[in-house]
Design a protein around this ligand. Structure first.
Ligand code: PDD
Length: 275
């Protein structure tokens, strides 16, 4: 087995030596939040934004967190790398609870777990499936509770898709593990942030980079049927960067990865993301 460097409750070790209690509330209730912090050429990307979001996610669940300690651990994982490109996964769990009760005790000790792994950031074209967003109404929290994403994405896999695009009663939300952008009437559009969308760091990097170049991004509520007339669409995430969508398998569309506005957006993004 490839030796994955990890840290559990402050102790650094290889992943196979880490022992986690089945009474961890991550295991019984998915009572945990996480971050994925990418690095390129051994340099982390938007590190502060990821740390801030982890703090916000923990606050939303009232999980106490020593953010300085977390940050030191992530930095130690980052400084131990023997590859150039990848990400740190870091999870914060409410702790071990010997009574499996939905209402947790206030005495629990926060449990933390992180590891570092390789990722290529190669641009890959995606086939996606549109589906109903069956998730809860706090998708702005980066929680490990991802069962609806897992179910929808695995249904899409059966249709040879790499990702999904979700809508709540017609209104576009996001991808299964990414945010959505598309070009319509020569405008760059993306669903507006709400409780139903994760405020993606890659999404914000792209919007800021485009605005610096005077390319306006329309953030609004869009019906998924508007994708039928979009000329280009793509997904963004810390591990995908920008992933162009080649086809949406269950609606008529004429998406092109050669749309000149998309090509510019991708160039502008990459010069920022990988700088
Ligand atoms: N997922 N929306 C969802 C539901 C996500 O899971 C992700 C990222 C994003 C994009 O966020 P960011 O640009 O900050 O990575 C949007 C990560 C990569 C994951 O779960 O592995």
């Amino acid at each position: 087995m490839h030796q994955i460097k990890a840290v559990f409750n402050g102790n650094f070790d290889y992943i196979e030596n880490i022992k986690i209690s089945p009474f961890s509330r991550a295991y019984t209730f998915s009572d945990s939040v996480y971050e994925v912090i990418p690095f390129h050429n051994k340099k982390s990307i938007s590190y502060e934004k990821h740390i801030d979001r982890l703090q916000r996610s923990a606050d939303a669940l009232s999980i106490s967190l020593d953010i300085k300690k977390v940050s030191d651990e992530i930095n130690q994982l980052l400084s131990s790398l023997d590859f150039d490109n990848g990400y740190v996964y870091y999870q914060v769990t409410r702790g071990q609870d010997l009574i499996r009760s939905h209402m947790h005790s206030d005495q629990l000790e926060t449990e933390t777990f992180g590891y570092i792994t390789q990722c290529s950031f190669e641009t890959k074209k995606f086939n996606v499936m549109i589906c109903e967003d069956t998730r809860w109404c706090r998708c702005d929290i980066k929680s490990t509770s991802l069962l609806a994403n897992v179910m929808n994405m695995n249904n899409a896999k059966l249709q040879n898709c790499d990702e999904i695009i979700m809508h709540k009663q017609g209104t576009l939300t996001e991808g299964g593990a990414s945010n959505l952008f598309f070009i319509k009437d020569k405008n760059v559009c993306t669903p507006a942030l709400s409780n139903n969308i994760l405020p993606g760091i890659t999404r914000s990097i792209l919007i800021d980079a485009l605005q610096e170049k005077n390319i306006k991004v329309i953030e609004d509520n869009f019906n998924y049927l508007e994708l039928k007339t979009a000329t280009s669409a793509w997904l963004t995430s810390s591990t995908k960067g920008i992933a162009p969508i080649e086809n949406i398998v269950n609606i008529d569309n004429s998406l092109s990865i050669d749309d000149p506005l998309f090509v510019s957006c991708k160039e502008i993004f990459e010069s920022k993301f990988f700088s």
